[in-house]
Design a protein around this ligand. Structure first.
Ligand SMILES: *[C@@H]1O[C@H](CO)[C@@H](O)[C@H](O)[C@H]1NC(C)=O
Ligand SMILES: *[C@@H]1O[C@H](CO)[C@@H](O)[C@H](O)[C@H]1NC(C)=O
Ligand SMILES: *[C@@H]1O[C@H](CO)[C@@H](O)[C@H](O)[C@H]1NC(C)=O
Ligand SMILES: *[C@@H]1O[C@H](CO)[C@@H](O)[C@H](O)[C@H]1NC(C)=O
Ligand SMILES: *[C@@H]1O[C@H](CO)[C@@H](O)[C@H](O)[C@H]1NC(C)=O
Length: 485
C-alpha cells in the first residue's frame, strides 16, 4: 500500500492550501472592511416589538402640528437642576441637525464653565459653523443682551429650576458642603447648617453658595440677593412682611418671566420636555433621553423639620419665590392646553421608558431597531442602534465631536488647519475623519466614535465586530465630568 502516504501527503497539502487561502482571504476581507468599514446590515435586524405596538398605538392618527420648527435656542443652564440632561438632549438635536453651536475656544476639561462666571465674549468663542450661531448651551450667568447679540432675534430662551430644598440637598451632596463648611461630629450636617445658615455660608450668592443660587445663575444682582436674604433673616414671626422687599422680588421674577419662552421644572422634567417639543415644534425623537434623573432623589429621604424648612425659606427667599412662581405658571400653561397635553406627556413617559429599556440591552447582537408606532403626536419612527448610542453619548464626547465638526468646517476655509494628524487604530483616527483625533479618542468610546462616523456619512453602518460598550484606553467614564451639572 505505497499509495497511502502519498495520498496522505497530498491530502495534507490540500488542507494546508485551503487554510492558507482562507486565512489570506480573511486578512484581505478584514483590511477591506477596515478601510471602507462596510457592514452587513439586514432588514431582519429591525424586529418589531409587538406587545408595545399593540398597547400604545390605540389606532390614533398622527396630527401634524401647524407650527414651524425653531432651531435658535439659548439654554440658561442653572447649576444642579438637571440642566446637563437637558443640555445633552439639545446637543443631540444640534448634532443631528448640523446646527451651529457657540463653543468656547478654551479646551480644557472645565470648558463647560469657560463662560462662567467670567462672561461670554465673541473672542472667547470658535467662529460659527456657517454664517451664524444657532444655539448656546454652556454655563453662563444669564444676560439676555449678550445672548441675543450672539444668536440674533427670535431666539428661544429656556431654563430649568428645581425645588429649593431638594436643590440644597443636591448641592450638599455634590459639592460636599459639609466639608466646606467644616460641619463635623453630626450625622446630619444639613440640619446643623439649617439651624443657622449664615454662620456657615459666607459666600456671595452663586453656584457654590446656598443663598439664592438659582436666582444668581439667572443673572439677578448679587448685592440685591444678599440684602433680601439679610432682611428675611431678621424677620420675626408675627411681624408684617416687608412689602417693599416683596415687590423687589416680584419684579426680579417678572423680568425672568418676560425673557423666557419656557421655564422647565426639574420635578416635572418629562412634562417640560413635552412643552419644549410643542413650543419649538420638535419631533418626538428629539426629546427622548436615556439618562434617568436619579439625582432627583439623592438624599431625598432626609426628613427636615418644619422649623429648619422655615429657616431655609428665609435664607433662600428669592429662589423659593422664583420656583413657586414658575411651578405655578408651568401648570397653568398645561391646564390651558388641557387633556391633549397630559395625554401626550403620559404617552411620552411610556415611550421613553420603552426606548430606555431597548437602548440599555448590552448585547452586541442586539443591533436591531425598535419600531415606534404612530400616535396622535408622532408619525411612526425607528429607534436605531445608532440613535441609542447618541442618546447615551457622554457629555464630553458631544462637546468634543461638536467642536471637531466646527474646526473641520472652518479649517476648510481658513488658514488654521488642524495640526493633529496622528494616525491611530488604523485609518479610524486619521485626519480624513477628525481634526481633534486625540481628544476624540480620549472623550469618546470607540463605539461612540464609530456611530459618529456613521452620522457623518463616512461609513454605511456599524462594523459589527466592534463591541458596543468597549471603551478606548483613556475613554471617559459615563459619570465623569459632572461637576457643574
Ligand atoms: C394597555 O393599555 C390599556 C389602556 O390604556 C391599559 O389598561 C393596560 O394596562 C395596558 N396593558 C399593558 C400590558 O401595559
Ligand atoms: C453642515 O453645515 C455646514 C454649514 O452650514 C455645511 O457647510 C455642511 O455641508 C453641513 N453638513 C451636512 C452634513 O449637512
Ligand atoms: C433685533 O431687533 C431689534 C428691534 O426689533 C433691532 O433693533 C436689532 O437690530 C435686532 N438685532 C438683531 C441681531 O437682528
Ligand atoms: C424692607 O425692604 C426694603 C428693600 O429691601 C428695605 O430698604 C427696608 O429697610 C426694609 N424694611 C424693613 C422694616 O426691614
Ligand atoms: C408644583 O405645582 C404642582 C401643581 O400645582 C403642585 O402639585 C406641587 O405641589 C408644586 N410643587 C411645589 C414644591 O410647590
Amino acid at each position: 500500500m505505497e499509495g497511502v502516504p502519498i495520498f496522505r501527503l497530498f491530502r495534507g497539502m490540500l488542507v494546508l492550501a485551503i487554510v492558507t487561502v482562507l486565512l489570506y482571504g480573511a486578512i484581505l476581507f478584514q483590511r477591506h472592511s477596515k478601510d471602507r468599514m462596510v457592514v452587513q446590515y439586514t432588514s431582519s435586524n429591525v424586529h418589531r416589538r409587538s406587545e408595545f405596538i399593540q398597547n400604545t398605538s390605540t389606532n390614533a392618527k398622527f396630527v401634524p402640528p401647524s407650527c414651524t420648527r425653531r432651531t435658535k435656542l439659548a439654554l440658561a443652564k442653572v447649576h444642579k437642576t438637571g440642566g446637563t440632561t437637558l443640555m445633552q438632549i439639545l446637543h443631540r438635536f444640534a448634532y443631528l441637525r448640523n446646527l451651529s453651536l457657540v463653543i468656547p475656544i478654551q479646551t480644557n476639561r472645565g470648558s463647560i464653565n469657560a463662560f462662567y462666571p467670567g462672561g461670554l465674549k465673541k473672542e472667547k468663542c470658535l467662529p460659527p459653523q456657517g454664517d451664524h450661531y444657532d444655539m448656546f448651551t454652556y454655563h453662563f450667568v444669564y444676560k439676555r443682551d449678550v445672548l441675543t447679540n450672539l444668536l440674533g432675534n427670535g431666539t428661544f430662551f429656556v431654563t430649568i429650576l428645581r425645588e429649593p430644598l431638594s436643590h440644597l440637598k443636591s448641592q450638599f451632596h455634590f459639592y460636599d458642603l459639609a466639608k466646606r463648611y467644616k460641619i463635623k461630629d453630626t450625622k446630619y450636617p444639613l440640619l446643623r447648617f439649617l439651624e443657622n445658615p449664615g454662620a456657615y455660608d459666607k459666600k456671595r450668592p452663586g453656584y457654590l453658595g446656598t443663598r439664592n443660587p438659582m436666582s444668581a445663575d439667572l443673572g439677578m444682582g448679587l448685592n440685591v440677593l444678599k440684602q433680601l436674604t439679610e432682611q428675611a433673616m431678621k424677620w420675626q414671626p408675627g411681624q408684617p412682611t416687608n412689602k417693599t422687599a416683596m415687590s423687589i422680588i416680584e419684579n426680579l421674577i417678572l423680568n425672568i418671566d418676560q425673557d423666557f419662552d419656557l421655564v422647565m421644572i426639574t420635578e416635572y422634567f418629562d412634562e417640560g420636555l413635552v412643552m419644549l417639543k410643542r413650543l419649538m415644534c420638535l419631533d418626538m425623537q428629539d426629546i427622548l433621553y436615556y439618562k434617568t434623573l436619579a439625582f432627583l432623589y439623592k438624599g431625598k429621604d432626609q426628613k427636615v423639620p418644619t422649623s429648619s424648612v422655615e429657616n431655609h425659606k428665609r435664607w433662600d427667599i428669592v429662589d423659593y419665590h422664583l420656583y413657586d412662581y414658575f411651578n405655578k405658571s408651568f401648570w397653568r400653561r398645561v391646564d390651558q392646553i388641557g387633556k391633549d397635553f397630559t395625554d401626550e406627556a403620559t404617552h411620552f413617559k411610556e415611550l421613553n421608558l420603552k426606548v430606555q429599556q431597548h437602548c440599555s440591552v448590552n448585547d452586541p447582537r442586539n443591533n436591531g431597531a425598535l419600531v415606534i408606532p404612530e400616535s396622535r403626536w408622532n408619525p411612526p419612527f425607528i429607534v436605531t442602534h445608532e440613535l441609542c448610542t447618541l442618546m447615551k453619548l457622554g457629555q464630553m464626547c458631544y462637546m468634543t465631536l461638536l467642536r471637531d465638526r466646527n474646526i473641520r468646517y472652518n479649517s476648510k476655509k481658513g488658514p488654521e488647519s488642524p495640526s493633529k494628524t496622528e494616525v491611530k487604530e488604523g485609518v479610524l483616527y486619521s485626519k480624513r475623519y477628525c481634526a481633534l483625533c486625540d481628544e476624540i479618542s480620549r472623550d469618546c468610546t470607540l463605539n461612540e466614535y464609530i456611530a459618529h462616523l456613521f452620522f457623518e456619512k463616512h461609513i454605511s453602518h456599524f462594523h459589527t465586530s466592534f463591541s458596543p460598550h468597549k471603551r478606548t484606553g483613556r475613554g471617559q467614564r459615563e459619570v465623569e465630568f459632572n461637576d457643574y451639572s
